[in-house]
Design a protein around this ligand. Structure first.
Ligand code: HMG
Ligand code: MG
Length: 301
């Protein structure tokens, strides 16, 4: 049997302050959000999805994103990113000083309607003015595709459907596409099948993984991604969150658990695991909830 090859370094995209907090029923105070972002940076994370500029009637938890962006103490080498569904969101993100933005599409028509109130093709048209404005402003744009391994409304999603949306986002000018297993139903088998379609067509360097951990498969799925050469992994401290338009979807894979696994594989992340666990404990205490990180729990958190 050939030895499996893993990348030497992996970049972590910390989505806790956005994806995590957008679905917490206890709202976190703005000051506590700021402390969270700053704590994550101190723990060594270099890319923080800090908030989103969506309709606050849809996602009230993110209504103070502008304040968060304005008031965080910025570290020079850190990307403070924002989710922006349309031009209005992009303009709000720029006014708040976001360093980068992300547009978000889905591989399922039903999820697209529920999440952003339009079809997949309409969403791509909505992103065009965002891409133009970002180009003019010199701002990089990340793309997301939700429901890549299953949809809460449509069930199985074909790899070809995911590929088509990824191609659209990359053709628009997104520098990479993050593959969202929104409801966490993917398995190493379905992830492998998806990546067998996507990686040869797009290249591993154009892809990131965004695994929710509802079925406890996220780390195994990420391991498959690493074996396919993917080196950008989204995760959320303490496994916070879920998705408001995907019932039953639990939080993202916990950042602590990803860092622990990567350390065990000898893969560099630049993150101090103990400091990260402390940040997770602190935010969980403020939210009045338990950490979803197995590593944090094993360490007594
Ligand atoms: P819409 O109702 O179709 O938009 O919503 P509209 O253009 O018709 O505007 C309606 C109202 O929204 C207007 O206000 C607009 O000004 C306002 P009114 O005139 O009624 O007072 N509006 C906005 N306000 C603030 N910021 C904006 C904005 N845009 C319009 N950017 C829209 C379309 C996309 C805005 C709406 O559906 C929305 O906000 N959706 C939020 C969806 C969301 O945040 N979902 C969670 C994030 S995605 C996710 O978690 C998945 C991911 O993690 C990957 C994965 O796990 O799969 C990324
Ligand atoms: Mg998500």
């Amino acid at each position: 049997m050939n030895a499996v090859r893993y990348p030497k370094e992996v970049s972590l995209v910390e989505v806790g302050p956005r994806d995590g907090l957008q679905n917490e029923s206890t709202p976190l105070q703005t000051d506590d959000k700021i402390a969270l972002v700053e704590g994550l940076v101190e723990a060594g994370l270099r890319y923080i999805e800090t908030g989103s500029f969506v309709n606050p009637r849809w996602i009230p938890q993110m209504a103070d994103s502008s304040d968060v962006f304005h008031r965080i103490a910025r570290a020079p080498s850190v990307t403070y990113a924002a989710l922006t569904p349309n031009l209005k969101g992009f303009e709000r993100a720029m006014a708040a000083g976001a360093s980068e933005v992300a547009v978000f599409a889905a591989a399922s028509e039903s999820f697209s309607q529920r999440n952003i109130n339009c079809s997949i093709s309409e969403s791509i048209e909505r992103f065009r003015p965002v891409m133009d404005a970002a180009d003019t402003a010199g701002i990089a744009v990340r793309g997301y595709v939700s429901c890549v391994l299953g949809c809460p409304y449509e069930g199985d999603i074909k790899p070809a459907a995911v590929l088509a949306v990824c191609q659209d986002l990359l053709a628009l000018g997104c520098y990479e596409v993050s593959l969202g297993d929104t409801i966490g139903t993917g398995t190493p088998g379905s992830m492998d099948a998806l990546l067998n379609t996507l990686v040869p067509a797009l290249g591993a360097h154009k892809l990131a993984l965004h695994c929710h951990n509802s079925y406890g498969q996220a780390l195994a799925n990420i391991l498959i991604g690493l074996q396919h050469g993917i080196t950008r992994i989204d995760s959320s401290v303490a496994g916070l969150g879920g998705c408001p338009y995907a019932t039953g979807a639990s939080g993202n894979v916990a950042s602590e658990d990803v860092v622990y696994m990567l350390q065990g594989l000898g893969i560099e992340t630049g993150v101090d695991l103990d400091a990260l666990i402390a940040v997770g404990e602190s935010v969980c205490k403020k939210l009045g909830r338990d950490s979803q990180s197995a590593v944090a729990k094993a360490r007594g958190g």
